[in-house]
Design a protein around this ligand. Sequence first.
Ligand code: ARG
Ligand code: ZN
Length: 466
Amino acid sequence: SGVVALVVLGSVVGCSLTDEPTPPAVHHTEAAYRPGAPGIGDPDFPDDGNGGYDVAHYDLDVDYTPATRRLEGVATIRAAATQGLSSFNLDLAGLDVRKVSLDGKSATFSRRGDELTVRPERPIDANDEFTVEVTYDGVPNPAKDTGNLGTFGFMPTSDGAFVASEPDGSKTWFPSNDHPADKATYAFEITVPAGLTALANGEQVGQPKTAGGKTTFRWRERHPMATYLATATLGKFELRQGKTASGIPTLAATDPAFKSGLDRLYTSTAEITDHWAKVFGPYPFSSTGGVIDNYTAGYALENQTKPLYGGFDPDEVIVAHELAHQWFGNSLTIWRWKDLWLNEGFATYAEWMWSEHKGRKTVEEFFTEFNNRPDSDPMWSYPPGRAKPDDLFNQSVYTRGGMALHALRKAIGDETFFKLLRTWAAEHRYGHVTTEKFIDLAERMSGKDLNPLFDAWLFQPRKPAA
Ligand code: ARG
Ligand code: ZN
């Protein structure tokens, strides 16, 4: 019942219930004010994101000094309440909060773990828009995972910072509703010591301004973006800017140590972006690009409009992977992490398609090679359609996820398959997706019962029968 939920939530966010309004009768819940939930409702990541509101826009004003590793930030977040709110949470890991205000009036706040609870002077009505401003500072501490995630979030480098936050590392550098189910637009104002460059998502606004030994870079991402794709990668960079053959603005940037790879990154990014636009449908964003930083992350991340490569000069196939994510992952975003194969399986399939497109190994050859792995291979015991929270980026989510798409293609034929990819990308452009929706669309477009195929490839802990 509503009363039980209220007690549970109240105790989780650590606030006293004595000053709460009397719990309303169940049939009057829309009139009630209650704390927003401390999680957005992803059962695998119960504390990630928050309930009770929906963010429309983040304004992130960040000043970073590599020598001291200190960050000073002001995050201004515009949101709409989805319930009457007596309080609500933001996610923030570490850092010191100096001040919180709500619609210009100071608000009280408290912290517990990675939850920042904001209690406005007057409760917020359901459907009302509000603006919360958080002033904070400190030394960001990137997230370290004991499983297969490694280090993520805001990571210091020798000359700046490498910012790659999948799955939930945005809270290491800005207060946020840190879950992909709440996408928003972004404006960045990043101040760094003069001589350094700050690279965020979207396009630069105006020229960088230098004063008092510091330079401020302004960027704007006008399309909805998941928190984990937000970046403020900064340091010494060599840049090359221009347009792809089809006219999409593009920016390649490399740490000086990777300068020899700048032209190759620029060229492959432009060519691959244009190629995927032919295969998947129009490029979803206003610019494309790529950044190679001198930080060995052990992975790359598809940061929106600017994939980030961690300390290596990426092969074309990796660039093809990260750029495919601009459609599958960034424009079409998963609602729950368990559906991660909708990102990684598609991006892996794109790697194989790029290889074939370049006259190298074909998709069918990749499929056959992986399918020849023995029954004992760990890929067969991990069903990729249900990514496990403690082993999210398991190779099966990538490889067996990609194989599921190839099995589908063979079942429905090339024409329907490629039409399906484009329809999928068009129908859910800038939105959220689930595996069920994909299966439904595949069945609708092919007129076939595909449940046995998807069940075998995505959900069974064994190798699908030939
Ligand atoms: N989405 C990235 C890719 O496919 C992987 C990100 C892994 N994240 C992490 N924290 N290790 O390239
Ligand atoms: Zn990927």
